[in-house]
Design a binder for this molecule. Structure first.
Ligand SMILES: O=C(O)C[C@@H](O)[C@H](O)C(=O)COP(=O)(O)O
Ligand code: ZN
Length: 284
């Protein structure tokens, strides 16, 4: 199947009360693993690419043909979107869109609202003319994203409504207590605010910091309007644990394919569990 944007995926998910997983990719094998998991679960999937990960893979101009060729050679038939995660500028979004990403996030959440709306609107205009979907953000997700660390700031419902109506985003990341990276103790999420923001804006909500949230809380977040949940850390953790175990247990191994092979298998297993937990299996 050809690449798609997030609009139909997220609207269907919201209507049918499940979430599409954004699983972040870091290299070729990671991408193969995520695509294999989505196909095996017959689930739509969003390949999240941060600016840092995109640069690591050689730039958006490398990422897009790699994904397209894998979709063809692996005979992937489920809907797949390539999404720029936490795009920091119009230029970064434009470069991703021009290279063929089907979706972008413009993250100007740390700017005053008026500036966030203006800058997000510019990206929406450019993206929508090209059939690309856009995610915006209000509030601050705690922890570290692409190397930058900050504290939690809850999204204000009125600000969320203004970003959706005035900038015209297709999906809204409203920060409500989630954290990038591992949680210290149980997550404390603003479930009442989620419901309020979902009803006020009508937009599919996006939950950043999806790693380590207990299943019961994931389901409550989906019930309260989340149609997309981002997961990165959990996949990195299982990949690293599997590769470390391989190296610890096999001192003779030197073929890189054998060194990192168990990492790929671990991603497939965890990604499949994640898709099942989010309720998107058999929703392709
Ligand atoms: O860490 C990144 O570069 C991507 C994340 O910001 C992603 O958007 C996300 O929210 C995943 O959170 P995590 O599962 O806590 O890593
Ligand atoms: Zn994020």
């Amino acid at each position: 199947m050809a690449l798609v944007n997030m609009v139909d995926m997220l609207n269907k998910a919201k209507e049918e009360h499940y979430a599409v997983a954004q699983l972040n990719i870091n290299n070729l094998e990671w991408t193969q693993a995520v695509l294999e998991a989505a196909q095996a679960e017959n689930s739509p999937v969003i390949l999240g690419v941060s600016e840092g990960a995109g640069k690591y893979m050689g730039g958006p101009e490398v990422v897009v043909p790699m994904v397209k060729a894998l979709i063809e050679n692996m005979e992937i038939t489920v809907p797949v979107a390539i999404h720029l995660d936490h795009g920091s500028s119009f230029d970064a979004c434009k470069r991703a869109i021009d290279a063929g990403y089907t979706s972008v996030m413009i993250d100007k959440s740390h700017f005053p609202l008026e500036e966030n709306i203006e800058m997000t609107k510019d990206v929406v205009e450019y993206a929508h003319e090209r059939g690309v979907s856009v995610e915006g953000e209000i509030g601050t997700v705690g922890g570290t994203e692409d190397g930058v660390t900050g504290g939690i700031k809850y999204a204000d419902p009125e600000e969320c409504q203004r970003l959706v109506t005035e900038a015209g985003v297709d999906a809204l990341a409203a920060a409500l207590g989630s954290v990038h990276g591992p949680y210290q103790g149980e997550p404390v999420l603003g479930f009442d605010e989620m419901k309020e923001i979902s009803e006020l804006t009508g937009a599919p909500l996006v939950l950043h910091g999806g790693s380590g949230i207990p299943l019961e809380q994931v389901q409550k977040a989906i019930d309260r309007g989340h149609a997309k949940i981002n997961v990165n850390t959990e996949l990195q953790q299982v990949w690293t644990a599997a590769v470390r175990e391989k190296l610890n247990n096999d001192s003779d191994v030197y073929d890189p394919r054998k060194v990192i092979g168990p990492g790929k298998e671990a991603i497939v297993k965890t990604a499949r569990e994640t898709l099942r937990n989010f309720g998107s299996s058999n929703k392709a």
